[in-house]
Ligand binder design. Structure first.
Ligand code: UDP
Length: 248
């Protein structure tokens, strides 16, 4: 069941939702657990049904991250490992697409590395058109270039698709002064400016993503996707997570 909210008009017309690969696996495990994928898909479908245009940038860390091969650099080039990571995001994208469509949501999977037998190539204007038609667009293969992460891809797509906000769904409630899973005294921030994020080196997204959003005034909302109904709440503008607003 959808959580009841007083207001049902989305605050944001178009969002980029960054989902880490870990949202597809059970805590402490790797790979894809379809019950987790369906659970997050239900939240996405509720938010989409409100009329919000949603593009999901999907990570691949539940399967593979390029950085994990660092100690084996003699046998695999770093760039190759990053391409493998990008392909992992396509595997996740296919799982998310079917889970969303099983709930009756229209989707399009678009990849930054072209693979015509599997998905549409990412073309900015086409993606925008799909969004206008109410389709949930899943953006896989990151930026298509190695040595960055899907956080950077999410920032890039938020800017070029003129999203109103970049939403990063995580396993914690938002941004803390320190890792809340390690430091019980970590302070939770409800609102932040980019200046403070940079000055205190807060772990929000990778530094390339932060600097792109900062430079172009793209707000970021960091929130916990494990709390049912949070994606819908975020889209409605209800208070959830940590909001990072452009510097004045
Ligand atoms: N990756 C890349 N270029 C991109 C996006 C991702 O090379 O534009 C690679 C990189 O190795 C990364 C992996 O794909 O580690 C999986 O993405 P990410 O680590 O961002 O996944 P997440 O942590 O969000 O699950």
């Amino acid at each position: 069941m959808t959580e009841t909210t007083e207001n049902s008009t989305p605050k944001y017309k178009r969002i980029i939702l960054k989902l880490s690969g870990e949202s597809f696996s059970r805590a402490g495990e790797r790979g894809i657990a379809m019950d987790e994928v369906v659970s997050i898909s239900k939240q996405i479908s509720q938010a989409s049904e409100l009329g919000c245009q949603i593009a999901v940038v999907i990570g691949g860390g539940n399967i593979l991250r390029g950085g994990q091969f660092k100690n084996e650099s003699a046998s695999i080039q770093e760039a190759t490992a990053h391409y493998m990571g990008m392909l992992a995001t396509v595997i996740n994208g296919l799982a998310l697409q079917d889970a969303l469509e099983s709930l009756g949501i229209q989707t399009r999977l678009m990849t930054a590395i072209h693979m015509h037998g599997v998905a549409e190539p990412y073309i900015r204007r086409k993606a925008s058109r799909h969004l206008e038609k109410g389709r949930v667009v899943i953006l896989a293969a990151g930026t298509g270039s190695p040595f960055v992460t899907t956080d950077t891809a999410a920032a890039q797509r938020a800017l070029e698709l003129e999203a109103n906000i970049l939403m990063k769904a995580t396993r914690v409630d938002g941004v803390y002064s320190d890792d809340p899973e390690k430091n019980p005294h970590a302070v939770f921030y409800r609102n932040l400016g980019f200046d403070q994020v940079v000055k205190e080196n807060l772990r929000v997204m990778d530094s390339t993503a932060i600097s792109q959003c900062r430079e172009h005034g793209m707000p970021i909302l960091v929130f916990n996707f494990k709390t049912n109904g949070n994606i819908q709440k975020a889209v409605l503008g209800d208070q959830v997570g940590t909001l990072i607003s452009p510097d004045r």
